[in-house]
Design a protein around this ligand. Sequence first.
Ligand SMILES: Nc1ncnc2c1ncn2[C@@H]1O[C@H](COP(=O)(O)OP(=O)(O)OP(=O)(O)O)[C@@H](O)[C@H]1O
Ligand SMILES: [Mg+2]
Length: 491
Amino acid sequence: MKEVRLPPNAALLLESMRAIGYDPASAAADLVDNSITANSRRVSIRFDPGKPRALAVVDDGTGMDEAGLLAAMRHGSQSPAERRAENDLGRFGLGLKTASMSQCRRLTVVSRRVGGAPHGMVWDLDTVIATQDWTVGVLEPKELEIVPFLDELLARPSGTLVVWEKLDRLADGDPGDGSVLCDRMSQVGDHLALVFHRYLSGNPTRLRLDVNLQPVAPIDPFLESEGALAGEEERIAVDGHHVVLRAFTLPHISRLTRAQIDKAVGEAGLRREQGFYVYRNQRLIVWGTWFRMFRQEELTKSTRVRVDVPNALDHMWSLDIKKSTASPPPAIRDRLRGLVPTLVRPSQEANRYRGHIAVKKGIRTIWQRIEDRDGIRYELDRDHPVIAGLRASVDDGTLPELDNVLQAIGTSLPVEALYNDRANDQIGHKKERIDSDAVAAQLEELARQMLDAFADRRDEQLRLIDGLGTIEPFALHPGLVERLKTRLRTA
Ligand SMILES: Nc1ncnc2c1ncn2[C@@H]1O[C@H](COP(=O)(O)OP(=O)(O)OP(=O)(O)O)[C@@H](O)[C@H]1O
Ligand SMILES: [Mg+2]
């Protein structure tokens, strides 16, 4: 067989690799990974908020000398199969280049070691297209001087400055005033706050991160310091390493502040954020999933299971280049499947308990839950004293009209909307009962209407008054019921 050399077309390959699926947040996280691996303590993201011109990530890590920088600029700078230091967040030797070029057409990296001179190199997609080759630019001292945000690097004893320019993707759709870029960067900040929360917390913190000088505060999805219930640690041995699990049951949503809900619950809602939170060397990779082993049920919505995986097991977890997906190998999957029913129990108990309160036995509810062969439906209870009282008080000619209205209300319960809002924790968790004078007057009026239906049967009236505390809506205001009873009895 004859063998021919067939190198990739540089321009086409680079162009295609831009579509690998990064978003601004995962791309920025890939750069922060590199900074952390280089032992940085302070990482700053900088951009000009008024103009989408350049974005920089600058760190105070060990930095690189010229040869190191040249190696770093190469696509595939290190074999994915190579054993990495325990704290190395990299794997593929690609992130710096692929993450950057997914967002911009020009990537400049300037780096220097302690006491050394800064060196700068550039990947520019337009140069690659023009030269039709893997042409990397090496900056002259004069060219170095005009690299955006260079001062930020020079203010640190050592470190690396990564600059994105020609922001065709990152600033896509920006009218030129940086408004779209700013919005995107605010999402980037939230993503980094979550993904690196374990680096950003602690005293002292291992890492300080800021976006345009605004410190990024950690977002702890387990609310560990805010009353979450932590389970026992479970260890699964694999290939001489350990996967370490710990389940957390979040406090009930009614005990969280709005700010905590916004941060920990997020837009998707509590229910869709339940599941495993997989960390690789303490960096969050994938979260809010049961890896298709279980459904995200309403009752288990408060469970979040922290799963710590060392990078030595990368090959088993099908880690992707963007570090945004990973899935457990079969051996671990089986163990997880066995553990989850125990891990979710506290959440089931907490949420089931609240369910019971909602349909407390012995309370005469206006809406009846009816379960039959057709499934479950809710109907207005026409014999409920409040409704029966109203029906008895209208004349025979108006009764059909009233029944029509009741029927219309009964069949138009917005089940879907309620369900969605509840699943997103938008309603139902902060139902404050305000026993104001206005409510008291309204309830009294309602009770009198109800009793009027039995105007000629005092015994029936007294029975109703005695049972007032078990009838909706009176049952929802226990504080008012006793007073109301006394007034009605003496009337
Ligand atoms: N901020 C930095 N400080 C010091 N060295 C860096 C920095 N960024 C990148 N490097 C060097 O460049 C190399 C290539 O980085 P790159 O992100 O492309 O690949 P990686 O981190 O090895 O793997 P991955 O593709 O999984 O991210 C790194 O291995 C590291 O040696
Ligand atoms: Mg990397």
